[in-house]
Ligand binder design. Structure first.
Ligand SMILES: Cc1cc2nc3c(=O)[nH]c(=O)nc-3n(C[C@H](O)[C@H](O)[C@H](O)COP(=O)(O)OP(=O)(O)OC[C@H]3O[C@@H](n4cnc5c(N)ncnc54)[C@H](O)[C@@H]3O)c2cc1C
Length: 455
């Protein structure tokens, strides 16, 4: 999740490499050269023409999809760092907001739940009242990978294009290797989709990086670098509030600026709620309430709603709020200014000068750094590995830049699947969370088997 707006440098050499004639063996892969076509390499065999399914991303969704594909006998190659986002795009010391019961990766058989992982390792069971440290979730992902997925290639996918000779895809890896895939599953999460509002971008004229006065929360895995400095955190959700707590605890002079009139906090879970309460507000993996319960039970039903309704659900179903267990670390400890909006920001003598609009009129705040906890924007145009030709062929949900998907998570380009957050405008808010892995992985594997067959 490092590039703001996903604008990683386009790589002109990608197309050159894909167009290069080649033969022989590279990196353990067989290279085929077909007259007048791109060279292709295959490793896993089986499926359509002996080609594998390429899964891009080894986070909760990529691992779950790969596990189901492997169990179904579909040859699969998985790319990326296992649980990479959870290691590099979350600050050390963070906890998951979701409850243990809503944080299982999807295994194709019993024994792969978070509670199984804890039991196997002799670790105490996590309950609704014990927030999950990110570090535990990363270890769970690694264990799941060993158990259900096997080989994951720790290399990034640089480019995906159509391979006209195979009817599948030409995939180029960051290390220069290339191969043909029967199908591609995009499971890259929110990587490249971080959003910094326009008015803050003046603070990073050269783009985010060393020396920039603004950065996005996803750029950080260690917030202690701001110890002793003045930092303004922009946003009122979990990311903003937890970052503020960690900054404060690291010795930073931190203030939080929230647009909303109040900060919302989750309520302490009650493991045994009386039945009238359960009836009035049923529990779901995303929280309590009829609406959340309905969208979690029937992602397929959500898909059949009009696009405008689905987008509204995506944007509004879960507004910004802080986890119940975080409240004590923020309230009356960190200054939180509500109803405050940054109207303008500029650099002034290596500090950031923020002009704020609020109920008491304009105000000025000068800080050493601005941390934008301002979320993500779904935009397939920001995925650096989709070639323009491929991207332009992908139909989007009306009113958004997210892909339109079939019930099997396939885009308008046959064999190209999207999962995780990018599927949320089709299947509802559950796809933004680990809880959606089961629904997605089962359907993608089923669709891929139907499309390309098995070994
Ligand atoms: C701060 C924060 C806290 C969150 N807390 C929770 C929570 O408590 N509970 C919850 O359910 N959800 C939470 N989420 C949402 C969370 O991101 C998802 O639930 C989950 O990680 C989605 O899994 P994923 O596999 O889609 O994406 P990710 O976990 O982001 O995995 C994507 C993977 O793709 C890899 N990748 C990206 N581009 C490439 C490429 N070109 N080539 C190869 N690999 C690539 C990345 O390295 C990464 O490993 C949180 C999100 C954020 C930002």
């Amino acid at each position: 999740m490092r590039a703001v707006g996903g604008r990683l440098p386009r790589r002109p050499e990608v197309r050159a490499v894909l167009g290069r004639a080649a033969g022989g063996s590279v990196g353990g892969c067989v290279t085929q050269s077909l007259p007048g076509q791109r060279p292709v390499q295959t490793r896993a065999s089986g499926g359509r023409g002996g080609l594998a399914v390429a899964v891009i991303g080894a986070g909760p969704y990529g691992l779950s999809v790969a596990a189901h594909l492997r169990r179904a006998g579909v040859p699969v190659r998985v790319f990326g760092e296992v649980m990479g986002s959870w290691r590099h795009a979350m600050a050390t010391g963070m906890f998951l907001k979701s409850t243990p019961a809503a944080t299982d990766l999807s295994a194709p058989g019993p024994g792969g739940r978070l509670s199984d992982f804890r039991r196997v390792h002799g670790e105490p069971e996590l309950t609704e009242l014990t927030p999950i440290p990110c570090e535990v979730f990363v270890r769970y992902g690694q264990w799941f990978k060993e158990r259900y997925v096997g080989d994951v290639e720790p290399v990034r996918v640089a480019s995906v294009d159509r391979a006209t000779n195979t009817g599948g895809f030409a995939v180029l890896l960051d290390d220069g290797r290339e191969f043909a895939a029967a199908a591609v599953v995009v499971a890259t999460g929110l990587n490249g989709l971080a959003h910094i509002p326009e008015e803050l971008l003046h603070l990073a004229p050269e783009g985010p990086g060393a020396g920039a006065l603004v950065s996005h929360t996803s750029h950080h895995s260690d917030l202690s670098r701001y110890a002793g400095q003045r930092v303004a955190v922009i946003g009122g959700g979990q990311s903003a509030l937890e970052s503020a707590a960690l900054l404060h605890e690291a010795g930073t002079h931190v203030q939080v600026l929230v647009r909303q009139r109040a900060v919302l906090w989750g309520t302490i879970p009650q493991p045994s709620r009386p039945w009238p309460q359960r009836l009035a507000k049923p529990a779901s993996p995303l929280g309590t309430g009829w609406m959340l319960d309905a969208v979690c039970r029937t992602p397929g039903g959500v898909r059949r709603l009009p696009a405008a309704t689905r987008l509204l659900l995506y944007r509004r179903a879960l507004g910004p709020s802080g986890g119940w267990w975080l409240r004590d670390r923020v309230e009356e400890i960190v200054p939180v200014h509500t109803s405050r909006r940054v109207a303008h920001a500029e650099a002034s003598s290596s500090a950031a000068r923020l002009e704020l609009a609020g109920p008491d009129g304009p105000d000025i705040l000068t800080v050493d750094h601005v941390l934008a906890a301002t979320g993500y924007r779904l935009d397939i145009g920001a995925l650096p590995f989709l070639t323009p030709a491929l991207r332009h062929g992908i139909a989007c949900v009306t009113g958004s830049k997210a892909p339109r998907l079939t019930g099997g998570f396939a885009s308008s380009i046959p064999g190209l699947y999207f999962t995780g957050s990018l599927a949320a405008p089709m299947f509802g808010p559950m796809m933004r969370f680990v809880a959606g892995t089961e629904y997605a992985a089962v359907r993608i594997a089923r669709d891929a088997v139907r499309r390309i067959g098995t070994r």
